[in-house]
Design a protein around this ligand. Sequence first.
Ligand SMILES: NC(=O)c1ccc[n+]([C@@H]2O[C@H](COP(=O)([O-])OP(=O)(O)OC[C@H]3O[C@@H](n4cnc5c(N)ncnc54)[C@H](O)[C@@H]3O)[C@@H](O)[C@H]2O)c1
Ligand SMILES: [Zn+2]
Length: 396
Amino acid sequence: MPFTGRTNIAVISSFHTMQSDLPSFISSLMPSIQTVLIDLADRSYPIEIGAALLGSADIYVGLPAAAAALIVTNTTVAPLYADALRAALAPKYAQVHLVALPDGEEHKNWQTLNLIFDALLQHGCDRKTVLFALGGGVIGDMTGFAAASYMRGVPFVQVPTTLLAQVDSSVGGKTAINHPLGKNMIGAFYQPQLVVCDLATLDTLPARELSAGLAEVIKYGPIADMDFMGWLEDHMDDLLARDRAALAHAVRRSCEIKAWVVGQDEREAGLRAILNFGHTFGHAIEAGMGYGAWLHGEGVGAGMVMAAELSRRLGLVDEAFVARLKVLVQRAGLPLRGAVLDAADNAGRYLELMRVDKKAEAGEIRFVLIDGPGRACVRAAPDALVREVIDACCAG
Ligand SMILES: NC(=O)c1ccc[n+]([C@@H]2O[C@H](COP(=O)([O-])OP(=O)(O)OC[C@H]3O[C@@H](n4cnc5c(N)ncnc54)[C@H](O)[C@@H]3O)[C@@H](O)[C@H]2O)c1
Ligand SMILES: [Zn+2]
């Protein structure tokens, strides 16, 4: 059944986090670590959030024992962080192998996935081998899928190094590669054993990628937590300056909200679709412009404005709410207006692309809308109204 109800802000707001109870003399020396639990019965796991975590051997102590570990990363991230991770894993695993894949969304495919299987087989890795995904969402999604299928499933750990991956893609167990005919079309639900969000890795992230990650942070406010939206309004400058405390709060609150949603609906039977706020319009922009022209988060930025405007035209939110969201999106360094995908019939092109969205049912587009600030719903809207929104919201 599609989700047609409303999110319950009271429940989400009361979701608990655990502060790690390090002895005070250690916590005075070490950066504080915060833990968010993903509660999925026997597939539950912690998300550890803090600075300079990935090089700390203690973080990995509780992982399953194995003879070997394989670090899967890419040619951009490997020179930055692979040595630190390798050193931290050495006390636990007798052999720590590494495969560095080519960098880019265009490599999220079968051919590159096979490089992971090649490495596993060439090193004689058995079914206990633990995979470590060190990188952004592309590496996380591919490594997760490799872990789901190598010898019918081996354990894996997410070590996300982009803001987008720390607040979204590393959490929740969606893994996939792209097919030439569609993004993320081949994949599996497969949960990691552990997620290690090392905030220090964000220091080397290009500014454009930081902004793209902020789109996924911003989305959690309108759909679930207006207090968080207010906090983002107060702290956007700190986030752009990569202030550690601000990043820690943004990552933790985003993970808490995602944890709550995934805990209710692991396999997206309904509620989980609200995490796609801004994504129906955003995916159309990404696909219509050709993948890579707009970053995913940039499409989501403009897409959230379009979805909010559609919500307003349906009488669900007022103009002031849309204006607030626009200011936040703009301050994050994200585009406010959608791209023109077709000079002759722009709205028609958007509609055509949105009908192949994974949420569409029998050709009917299902939009994630804001049903009053802090609440989301998923529903259809009349084409004529959607056309008006596209005409009003696209650069031209
Ligand atoms: N599984 C999910 O639930 C989910 C959710 C959202 C997005 N995704 C997927 O995530 C992918 C996008 O992820 P992304 O935005 O992280 O992109 P990405 O993985 O392509 O990383 C962006 C760029 O930053 C580089 N990079 C990564 N960490 C760095 C660091 N610390 N310093 C310097 N450079 C660094 C990467 O090499 C890459 O060039 C898409 O494929 C999308 O489909 C999945
Ligand atoms: Zn997204």
